[in-house]
Structure formats: structure tokens, C-alpha cells
Write a protein that binds this ligand. Structure first.
Ligand code: NAP
Length: 222
């Protein structure tokens, strides 16, 4: 019997992750600010998917994917930190937000990763992993179960339990998992600036051999 994964946010990334996980036989509980989006997606995905409030989704799940913008992740952790104790927390965020004119801007100083910020906000018993944000949303949505070689999704973590879970979920989603390094390396799989993010790879999706070569091209993982 598989664990349940809560997906908080069902926009570009959250809906693609939900679709792929359900296609791979994983059960998901979907939540967002408004429950209409999660309810519609759960209905479309069938019996392995359910909709709930954010609090109920997180409480009832073993694994939580925060498929929301970085500032929202910070708010949600501040509000629900206790609910995240002992959970695996998957973070696809980039250090991006919008200015008053609606232009996308970097929200953290150069050199500081969203992964390092989110990991530091979690309760010590949470199991943090940066993943599911290493491709642009379109690449993630359209590249599951690629043939003849599956496309790699990189992840970054310092935590063995989180690594075991994300390897299972990336495989279930139809991709090949590969560790880029520890949390200190998570900037390598974020954008802007990450050399292992799809944008840092000029849009390429890598197979396992190509991805291993790309990791070592700029230094070995921690
Ligand atoms: N888009 C990409 O190509 C891409 C690629 C890699 C990584 N990422 C990262 O993935 C994350 C999600 O990006 P996205 O493009 O999927 O965003 P998005 O399409 O704008 O979706 C955001 C989701 O967050 C939900 N949300 C907003 N405020 C919330 C709250 N307070 N509580 C619960 N849910 C809330 C929204 O729900 P409502 O609709 O109900 O407001 C919506 O479902 C971001 O951190 C982004 O940096 C994005």
C-alpha cells in the first residue's frame, strides 16, 4: 500500500505532479487556496485523488509537495509548522516572485537558494528534499515515460528518508531520479542561475548518463 502524497497548489507544477503520480499508481490529496481547483482535478484523476483543505491534506499525508510560490511556502510553513513534523517535504520552488508591475524578479540575494531558506524553516523532524522544479512546467507535463531513455529529474537533500521517498515518487511519475547533491547544492537545480535546471541546460532534458556528466562538469555532489 503506497503512502499518500499531499500536493499543496494545483497550478502548473502541482497539477502535472498530481497527474503523473496518479498515472504511476500513487494516491494524492490535493489542496490550494480555493478548493474548487483541487476538487475539479481530483474528479478528473479518479479514485486515487481526493481534494481537501490545506490543513487536512497535510495532516493526512505522509509526504507534502509545496507546489506554490516561495513566499507562499514561507507563509504556509509559518502557519502549519507543527503539522509538518516527521513528514517528507518536497519543495519545487525557485527564488522568484513578482514586482508591483507584474514582472518576475529574483526574491533572494544572489547565491542564496530557495532550498536553503525552506529547509531552515522546517521543524527538525521534517525530511526535506528539493525536487519536481528542475524542469519548466511544460517539460514536466510532457516528458513522463520518455522513450527509449527516461528523462532525469534531479533532487537535492541531506536526508536519507526524504531521498528514499523522492526516488520512489520520481520513478512513479515516469522519470529517472538523480541526486544533484545536498541542500547546499539546491541552487544548482533552481532558476535563475542553476546549471542543472532545464533553463541552465538550454532547455535540454537529460538521460541518466548525460545527467551524471552534467553533475560532475561543475563539481561532485556533497
Ligand atoms: N511554472 C514553472 O515552469 C515552474 C518550474 C519549476 C518550478 N516552479 C516552482 O513551482 C512553484 C509553483 O509554480 P506554478 O507555476 O505551479 O504556480 P501557479 O501555476 O501559479 O500555481 C500556484 C498554486 O498555488 C496555490 N496557492 C496560492 N496561494 C496559496 C495558499 N495560500 N495556500 C494554498 N495554495 C495556494 C494556487 O491556488 P489558487 O489557484 O487556489 O490560488 C495555485 O494552485 C513555484 O514555487 C515555482 O517557482 C515553477
Amino acid at each position: 500500500m503506497s503512502e499518500t502524497t499531499a500536493i499543496v497548489g494545483v497550478g502548473n507544477i502541482g497539477s502535472a505532479v498530481a497527474r503523473h503520480l496518479v498515472a504511476g499508481g500513487e494516491s494524492v490529496v490535493l489542496a490550494a487556496k480555493d478548493e474548487a481547483g483541487p476538487e475539479a482535478l481530483a474528479q478528473e484523476l479518479g479514485p486515487l485523488a481526493h481534494a481537501a483543505s490545506v490543513e487536512d491534506a497535510v495532516t493526512g499525508a505522509d509526504v507534502v509537495v509545496f507546489a506554490v510560490w516561495l513566499d507562499t511556502i514561507k507563509e504556509l510553513i509559518a502557519k502549519d509548522a507543527l503539522l509538518l513534523e516527521d513528514k517528507v517535504v518536497i519543495d519545487p520552488s525557485n527564488p522568484l516572485g513578482f514586482d508591483e508591475s507584474g514582472n518576475m524578479i529574483r526574491t533572494l540575494p544572489e547565491g542564496q537558494s530557495a532550498g536553503s531558506v525552506v529547509a531552515a524553516l522546517l521543524p527538525p523532524s521534517a525530511h526535506y528534499v528539493k525536487a519536481f522544479g528542475t524542469l519548466a512546467a511544460e517539460g514536466l507535463a510532457n516528458s513522463a515515460n520518455r522513450e527509449p531513455q527516461r528523462a532525469v529529474l534531479f533532487y537535492a537533500t541531506d536526508d536519507d528518508a526524504a531521498a528514499t521517498t523522492i526516488v520512489r515518487l520520481i520513478r512513479a511519475a515516469g522519470f529517472e531520479p538523480l541526486k544533484a547533491g545536498g541542500v547546499a547544492e539546491s541552487g544548482r537545480i533552481e532558476m535563475p542561475g542553476g546549471d542543472l535546471h532545464q533553463f541552465g541546460l538550454n532547455g535540454a532534458l537529460l538521460d541518466l548518463d548525460e545527467a551524471r556528466a552534467a553533475i560532475s562538469a561543475k563539481g561532485a555532489p556533497a
